[in-house]
Design a binder for this molecule. Structure first.
Ligand code: COA
Ligand code: AMP
Length: 629
């Protein structure tokens, strides 16, 4: 069967399509049907099933006789460590950790926050939660205490599992003080924390609140897998929206299992036992779906890589890992290849390694620029597949279904809609646009299994953010088009979300931090083009009347504020002081035009602009920080 037959088959009989995909999952009680639409436009999938995620990701492989197969390869060029964990070992470790959590009171439905670096224990913590039916929420290590506190207050976890430290090249990230600070800031207090002490930094534990990862497992009864209903939240993953308050994307258990398992063969073209590597971080959706759950559910070997594309120790690290661990499918963000390309444009490092076992490279997380795709393809001789998805969906909306039929690549397009996604391009009034015309990208409801049914504790925000603009559709927040061949093209976000080194960030959230500075009267943050990171944030601030301090001092303070409050991951390093901001006559800041000026792109003077002369002032300000050339 080719792509077209598959896609058309899904469209004609979505229920049959998903019930068939569901056969690959081991259910405690099978679902009676796939779609539950009685509460439309809110939908659930496989709601009446009973199932356990950890059982499907771990135990069933052991029971099928594959316990000796490697589940996780840990490769940390930062600590110079490598080791393998078999499915059988993983089962023992996860059951023990789950047992210890249960002994301290964690039960089905309780939330557990996980704040950990790229070590196998991060996956074990996720799986231990799913074993109990507890709902985990992993917080990326590059977020600062304040962001962690916001998530603690929203998710109200019973426990927090963290490591003593993370390791960035040349820098130890002191997790424990960040964790302590976050718990202090948050109104909600967890009952207890579990700390994985790393040898690089042993953290001080607070008696009766903080427990040592190993110590608290001593003598506990291992936990069995607890069945949950199909609609039970498997996890909450916070992602950036328009404001500083992150959106808690809810992942439903059964749809997640069915959909991820389906993608492993059909999109990534791997069979059980093959080595699959997503070089991302467990703190992001790519890490959830394709470092942890997808490969394990499907019986693959996954790699937990604690390193960077360059500098750990060099630009050959990716190639070394691919050769050494016999990686068949490799997935990363375009920015990672841009970093490698900048360091090793001729691929001298690549020549040292044998990539014959590698089938294909997949890119996602941000727009894949043609230069990067062409360079990667030419150098490796492997197909490079761009694919488009979001935290909200958890897997590919548009991609190249290489496991079914590898479609011709059009560089710059993530290829075609996957079964489950009926993509439409709409104008502002919600009218369908013809092929080749640019508009808002929307997906006709229902979204497929595994996608977000709602936002945690925020159904109104869910409806407002995704459902209300185009009734009957999910609003993706991306703009783009579909060409005459049915290929999808993603051009830009329609909201205040920017993408920095594949990390999704909210300019609105950064503006909230800037605005909280006592000398700042008004501000704007925009995302400008960046050769390495895709986009980089730039702040503009107008100071309060009477503030008579060197501008550089204020700039330094606001840069520090963003780092302290949001975290280093915001990569907020550039800001300027201006007298005023360009606005429409109704007072809306013209951020889009400011981006164009910064990028040196053409722009049309908006008819509604209040005072066109301000644009020249913005240009001069941008030139003072090396932009708008
Ligand atoms: N914990 C703590 N700090 C972290 C962190 C983590 N897990 N991840 C990143 N940071 C810090 C970095 O150390 C850096 O701090 P600095 O300002 O002190 O240098 C800052 O956050 C910005 O990090 P990043 O944007 O990643 O830039 P970088 O210069 O360190 O590295 C790349 C650039 C391109 C090599 C890097 O971004 C990369 O590997 N990207 C891959 C993207 C990716 O995996 N995306 C996931 C979605 S698929
Ligand atoms: P995240 O939720 O962090 O995965 O970010 C999702 C957003 O990243 C999307 O809405 C897009 O704006 C962008 N994105 C992800 N993948 C791609 C891609 N392949 N091409 C263009 N943009 C992408």
């Amino acid at each position: 069967m080719g792509y077209k037959e598959l896609y058309d088959g899904w469209k004609q009989d979505p229920e049959g399509f998903w019930m068939q995909a569901a056969e690959a999952i081991d259910w405690v009680e099978k679902p009676s049907k796939a779609l539950f639409d009685d509460n439309a436009p809110l939908y659930e999938w496989f709601k009446d099933a009973q199932v356990n995620t950890c059982y499907n990701a771990v135990d069933r492989h052991v029971e099928a006789g594959n316990g000796a197969r490697t589940a996780i390869i840990y490769d940390s060029p930062i600590t110079d460590t490598k080791h393998r964990i078999s499915y059988a070992e993983l089962q023992t470790r996860v059951a023990s950790l789950a047992g210890a959590l249960r002994a301290k009171g964690v039960e089905k439905g309780d939330r557990v926050i996980i704040y950990m670096p790229m070590v196998p224990e991060a996956l074990e913590a996720m799986l231990a939660c799913s074993r109990l039916g507890a709902i985990h929420s992993v917080v990326f290590g590059g977020f600062a205490a304040h962001e962690l506190a916001v998530r603690i207050d929203d998710a109200t976890p019973k426990a927090i599992i963290a490591a003593s430290c993370g390791l960035e090249p040349g820098r130890v990230v002191h997790y424990k003080p960040l964790l302590d600070g976050a718990i202090e800031q948050a109104a909600h207090k967890p009952d207890f924390t579990v700390i994985l002490q790393r040898e690089q930094e042993v953290a001080a534990l607070i008696p009766d609140r903080d427990f040592d990862w190993h110590g608290f497992q001593a003598g506990v009864e291992p936990a069995e897998c607890v069945p949950v209903t199909g609609d039970h939240p498997a996890y909450i993953l916070y992602t950036s929206g328009t404001t500083g308050a992150p959106k808690g994307v809810v992942r439903p258990t059964a749809g997640h299992l069915v959909a991820l398992n389906w993608t492993m063969k059909n999109i990534y073209n791997v069979d059980p036992g093959d080595v699959f590597w997503a070089a991302s971080d467990v703190g992001w959706v790519v890490g959830h779906s394709y470092i942890c759950y997808g490969p394990l559910i499907h019986g693959n070997t996954t790699i937990v890589f604690e390193g960077k594309p360059i500098g750990t120790p060099d630009a050959g690290t990716f190639w070394r890992v691919i050769e050494e661990h016999k990686v068949k499918t490799f997935f990363t963000a375009p920015t990672a290849f841009r970093a490698v390309k900048r360091e090793d444009p001729k691929g001298e490092y690549l020549k040292k390694y044998d990539l014959s076992g590698l089938n294909a490279i997949y890119l996602a997380g941000e727009r894949a620029d043609p230069d990067t795709i062409e360079w990667t393809q030419a150098l490796t001789g492997k197909p490079v597949y761009d694919h488009w998805w979001q935290t909200e969906t958890g897997y590919t909306i548009a991609g190249n279904p290489a496991g079914i039929e590898a479609l011709p690549v059009k560089i710059g397009s993530p290829t075609v809609p996957m079964p489950g996604y009926d993509i439409h391009i709409l104008d502002e009034a919600g009218h369908e646009l013809p092929a080749g015309e640019l508009g808002a990208i929307a997906v006709r409801l229902p979204l497929p299994p595994g996608t977000l049914p709602t936002l945690w504790n925020a159904e109104d925000r869910f409806r407002k953010s995704y459902l209300n603009t185009f009734p009957g559709y999910y609003e993706t927040g991306d703009a783009g088009m579909i060409d005459a061949d049915g290929y999808v093209w993603i051009m830009a976000r329609t909201d205040d979300v920017i993408n920095v080194a594949g990390h999704r960030l909210s300019t609105g959230g950064m503006e909230e931090v800037l605005a909280s500075h006592p000398d700042v009267a008004e501000c704007a943050v925009i995302g400008v083009s960046d050769a390495l990171k895709g986009q980089a944030p730039v702040g503009f601030v107008c100071l309060n009347k009477g503030v008579d301090r060197p501008e550089a001092e204020v700039v330094k303070e606001i840069v520090k504020r963003v780092r302290d409050q949001i975290g280093p991951v915001a990569a907020f390093k550039l800001a300027v002081v201006v007298d005023r901001l360009p606005k429409t006559r109704s007072g809306k800041i013209l951020r889009g035009i400011m981006v164009k000026i910064a990028d040196g792109a053409e722009y049309k003077m908006p008819a509604t602009i209040d005072d066109p002369a301000i644009l020249d002032e913005i240009k001069v300000a941008l030139q003072s920080i090396g932009l708008a050339k």
